[in-house]
Design a protein around this ligand. Structure first.
Ligand code: CA
Length: 227
C-alpha cells in the first residue's frame, strides 16, 4: 500500500488525517517540522506528502522547494488561508493539489487516491491520441486539431478521462472521481458546467465540434470526429 508522509504541527489535524488514511488502507508517518520531513523523504521516500504550509520551522512552500531538488513525489498542501495567490504559488513550486482548512478527511483521502491514480498510468499510455486530440500529460496540455486548449485543471482531467475511452458513457460521479473531487460533496452538477465550458473551447477551434455527447440520465461520452 502507498505510504503517506503527513507534515503538520497541529496534533488534532494530524490525528484526523492519520485515522482517515489508515482507514483507507494507507500507511502513514507523521512529522511536525518541514526540515525533518525533507530529510525523512531523502532517507525513506513516501509515495505522497501532505504538507502544511504554516510549520514551526520552515514554511511548507520552502519544504516543497527543497523536496523538488531531489524528488518528484506528489505533494498536497494544507493551508489555513484561502487565497488564490497561495494556490497559484503552490502549484507553481510543484505541488499537485491544495486543500484549505477546515477540510473533511474524506475529501483529503479522495484526493490522495486521485493523485496516486493519476501518477500510476503515466508510463503505460504510449499513444495518448484520440481523434484530433493529443494529450500531453506531463504538461497537462491537450491539443485539438494542433491547437492547445486553454483548460483549467479540472477541465483537463475531465477531457482526458473521456478521451481515454471513446464511446464509453461516464456517469457524473465517475467524472468527478477523475477530476479528483469527492462525489458525495454535492458537486455533481459542476460536471455539467465543466462540460459546457470544454465544449465552448472546442467550438472556438472547430465550430461544428460535437465530440462530447450527453446521455440523458446517464452522463457523458466522447466520440472522435469523423473527419
Ligand atoms: Ca500549522
Amino acid at each position: 500500500m502507498p505510504h503517506i508522509l503527513i507534515v503538520e504541527d497541529e496534533a488534532a489535524i494530524a490525528d484526523t488525517l492519520v485515522y482517515a488514511l489508515q482507514g483507507e488502507g494507507f500507511t502513514t508517518t507523521w512529522l511536525t517540522l518541514g526540515q525533518a520531513a525533507v530529510e525523512h523523504q531523502r532517507r525513506t521516500p513516501a509515495d505522497l506528502i501532505i504538507l502544511d504550509i504554516g510549520l514551526p520551522d520552515i514554511s511548507g512552500f520552502e519544504a516543497c522547494k527543497q523536496l523538488r531538488r531531489f524528488s518528484e513525489v506528489p505533494v498536497m498542501f494544507l493551508s489555513a488561508r484561502d487565497g488564490e495567490l497561495d494556490r497559484v504559488v503552490g502549484l507553481e513550486i510543484g505541488a499537485d493539489d491544495y486543500v484549505v482548512k477546515p477540510f473533511s478527511p474524506r475529501e483529503v483521502t479522495a484526493r490522495v487516491r486521485a493523485i496516486l491514480k493519476r501518477m500510476a498510468p503515466r508510463a503505460e499510455s504510449p499513444s495518448p491520441t484520440a481523434g484530433h486530440f493529443l494529450i500531453d500529460t506531463d504538461r497537462m496540455l491537450i491539443r485539438y486539431r494542433g491547437q492547445p486548449l486553454n483548460l483549467t485543471r479540472h477541465e483537463f482531467r475531465l477531457l482526458q478521462c473521456l478521451l481515454k475511452q471513446p464511446q464509453r458513457v461516464f456517469s457524473r460521479e465517475q467524472l468527478l472521481d477523475a477530476v479528483g473531487v469527492p462525489s458525495d460533496a454535492g458537486y455533481e452538477r459542476s460536471i455539467d458546467s465543466h462540460i459546457k465550458s470544454v465544449r465552448a473551447k472546442l467550438r472556438v477551434i472547430e465550430a461544428e465540434a460535437e465530440q462530447i455527447q450527453t446521455h440523458r440520465g446517464l452522463g457523458y461520452s466522447f466520440s472522435p470526429d469523423r473527419s
